[in-house]
Design a protein around this ligand. Structure first.
Ligand code: GCO
Ligand code: MG
Length: 408
């Protein structure tokens, strides 16, 4: 048996997704997610212009060998485009292997280590009242963990805050269909540092101590600012503070650690285990935030999470709406199987997306389960996908109030 065809499907049911379809000579189909927000077509080209012809005729069962062939064989290592392309191939091959075995993927990864996967939702609001309504809404839906982002007085639309007004909102999308250029936002770290700890104080007052609270700094603080922030929010018992500083600088996390016990999460922009080497061996983080889609797939993520486990570090796999339902399913199978699971991000996809991707994962009282269909448990409807044409969309660019470009 061998790989007979490789197709790349670009579809935009409200947002862009790149999906890989691998079909074997005996007709088994595997799906992989290759979506890289704002740079989708580069990965689509990497797959269809370069990898597709290399894959035809290969034994679909040789997943590790195919991974090494694509990674080492490219000579050019790492990077989000390469690693998203490899991830899509890897996911599709695992999907095929599990379908052939007649088992849900998590069984091949060692079987379930838990009954369900605790997930966190995105609660946001331009002011406290809107935020508090959103948290209440998610609690009513059964969520036990929420990520909290809120507007900062004096600033306009900022990262993580839905512009749609109060209430629970499922389809917050950071990428904007703004034509040829990204939209721009403004930022001021000083105003943020002065505002945010008070928001957590009010949340604890209103909602008590049970709720798990998460927060994303989105790479905006300097190391010493992040250290101050992590220390200021300590009394409010955050589950994690994510991306406090830009991820490229691994040793910046040392400074935050010296000052605070607030748990730290980082890694959604990373693509290999090497990005974590210092962070893990020096125990500078508590949660690994990589996406299966951007970190070389299931094969690479399993190794990364096993490495983290040795140091007592847990998973917090990236799961925003720019990860397709295929990428989300891959995360859920890993989450269920590994021992060092922490939490899973969950931003439900919109209805159009769920028409294109038929999923079998289920939500119950704050926990997700990947379902028991053979494989990943997600199938793409090509006819439905064909109705949604690719539309350029970019993540915003961020500027300080004086016009300086800052991290978004
Ligand atoms: C998160 C992330 C996302 C990113 C998005 C960029 O923690 O979920 O920060 O919302 O901004 O994935 O494409
Ligand atoms: Mg994030």
């Amino acid at each position: 048996m061998s790989i007979a065809s490789v197709d790349v499907i670009v579809t935009s049911p409200g947002r862009n997704f790149v999906t890989l379809k691998i079909t074997t000579s005996d007709g088994v189909v595997g799906w992989g997610d290759a979506t890289l927000n704002g740079r989708e077509l580069s990965v689509a080209s990497y797959l269809s212009d370069h990898l597709a012809s290399m894959l035809i005729g290969r034994d679909e069962d040789r997943i590790e060998d195919t991974w090494q062939y694509l990674y080492r064989g490219a000579y050019w290592r790492r990077g989000p485009v390469t690693m998203a392309a490899i991830a899509a191939v890897d996911m599709a091959l695992w999907d095929i292997k599990a379908k052939k075995a007649g088992m849900p993927l998590y069984q091949l990864l060692g079987g379930a280590s838990r009954d369900g996967v605790r997930v966190y939702a995105h609660a946001s609001g331009t002011d406290f009242e809107a935020l508090s309504n959103a948290i209440t809404g998610y609690r009513e839906l059964g969520f036990t963990a929420v990520r909290v982002q809120t507007g900062v007085p004096g600033l306009g639309q900022i990262y993580g805050v839905s512009a749609a007004g109060p209430g629970v909102r499922y389809d917050y999308e950071p990428a904007k269909r703004s034509g040829d250029r990204p939209a721009e936002e403004t930022w001021d770290t000083r105003q943020y540092l002065n505002h945010m700890p008070g928001v957590f104080a009010k949340i604890r007052e209103e909602f008590g101590t049970d709720l798990r609270l998460l927060h994303d700094g989105h790479h905006r603080m300097s190391p010493i600012e992040a250290a101050r922030f992590a220390k200021d929010v300590e009394p409010y018992d955050l589950f994690w503070l994510e991306d406090a500083t830009p991820g490229e600088d691994q040793t910046a996390l040392r400074l935050i650690r010296q000052h605070s016990t607030t748990p730290l999460a980082i890694g959604e922009v990373f693509n290999t285990v090497y990005d974590y080497q210092t962070l893990i061996t020096e125990r500078l983080i508590d949660y690994v935030r990589s996406a299966v889609t951007h970190t070389g797939g299931i094969t690479a993520m399993k190794k990364l999470l096993d490495f983290a486990a040795i140091y007592g570090i847990r998973s917090g796999i990236h799961g925003p709406t720019d990860i397709s339902p295929v990428g989300m399913a891959a995360a859920l199978h890993l989450d269920l199987a590994i021992h060092n699971f922490g939490i899973q991000e969950y931003m439900p996809h919109n209805e159009q997306t769920l028409e294109v991707f038929q999923t079998s994962f289920t939500f119950d009282k704050g926990f997700l389960h990947p379902g028991d269909q053979p494989g990943l448990g997600v199938e793409l409807d090509e006819e439905a996908a064909g109705a949604f044409e690719y539309t350029k969309a970019y993540l915003p660019v961020n500027r300080l109030l004086d016009g300086t470009v800052h991290d978004w």
